[in-house]
Design a protein around this ligand. Sequence first.
Ligand code: PLP
Length: 392
Amino acid sequence: MKNRFVYLDNNATSPLDPAVREVFIAALDLYGNPSSMHMFGREVREEVEKARREVARLTGSTPGEIIFTGGGSESNNTVLKSILHPDHPRHRGKIITCSIEHPCVLETVNYLKTLGVPVEIIPVDSHGRIDMEALEAALDDTTALVSVMLANNEIGTIQDLAEIARRAHKYGALVHTDAVQAIGKIPVDVEKLEVDYMSMSAHKLYAPKGIGALYRRKKAPLFPLIHGGHQEEGMRAGTINGPSIIAFGEAARIAGELLEEEHRRLSGYRKRLLDGISALIPEIHINGDPEHVLPNTLDISFFAAEGESILLYLDLEGIAVSTGSACATGSLEPSHVLMATGIDTELAHGSIRFSLGRFNTEEEVDYLLEKLPPIIERIRKMSTVRSREVQN
Ligand SMILES: Cc1ncc(COP(=O)(O)O)c(C=O)c1O
């Protein structure tokens, strides 16, 4: 196969679905302010409410429980920082979260800690599943909020949220889940998960960036992060981003329609990739849970090969993946997610995340399987030569 472009980084962000793009472009002409009472406002407001119904439908919630926000980070921040409000029933109570959360949760709880809010970080096992005993031990009547992600962005591990919520609710704690990576990939139903809050982001769902939503169970305590106008029931001030919300609604509708079919198709590709890599490349370590895992996510550590080198060589072949380590941003720190699962630093540095999406084909999976083995071999040879040179 000749050189081509293969995007296998759908957990970082997804391309716009052409159908969503069409709706988005058309919505750009609906320039009225949804808060205006005249017809220009009304026509966009109707479309925004339609989008709200679609997001609610995809998540088993009701439209009145959906607040549109500027994305997953904002939704997470809004829930976590609500603890600071004096009217919160467990004002400044303990927050429990877990070690493999996205930085927008971990950095926020670190910030809250500096303000004196008690925070407890629960460890995970080698597959990235939360340690239920540690959770149970941390829970008490002062716990205000338990925040655990539904699916991890790096290793794809899915948590047993219903069980976590049941345990937390026994102590009167509220439960939040960051479902940014789960929505559209696995069935997500807030009733079944028994959560009080759930964060979502449109750009992981083939919709534009900078738009997301927060599910808030009716009457669950919540205080705005952004003050101003009365948009979104006073929970998120600022002129509503009509076109992006409308595109998000269409993306949610499509995701619901394709959920089962895509789950089956991507699970098949993931298996093809995993079987292929296991057969063709020796000395690998699969990160994440073998059973409770997103259908599109495969994270592998390659012994004696730097993740950054693999990424760059694949990039030269037109294949886009991501590495768990943050070297690209100038830091040499290995992924906090992989380190939390207990693998050694060297293996964490040799990890690559393949995240499949709606527009990937079986042919692309095979293209990767053709290009990857010689790349790993070349990198391993170079690192052997280098380590001999260092020894000499
Ligand atoms: C698990 C998880 N939570 C939150 C976010 C942040 O979402 P957003 O980019 O919409 O702020 C991301 C995005 O990378 C994510 O993967």
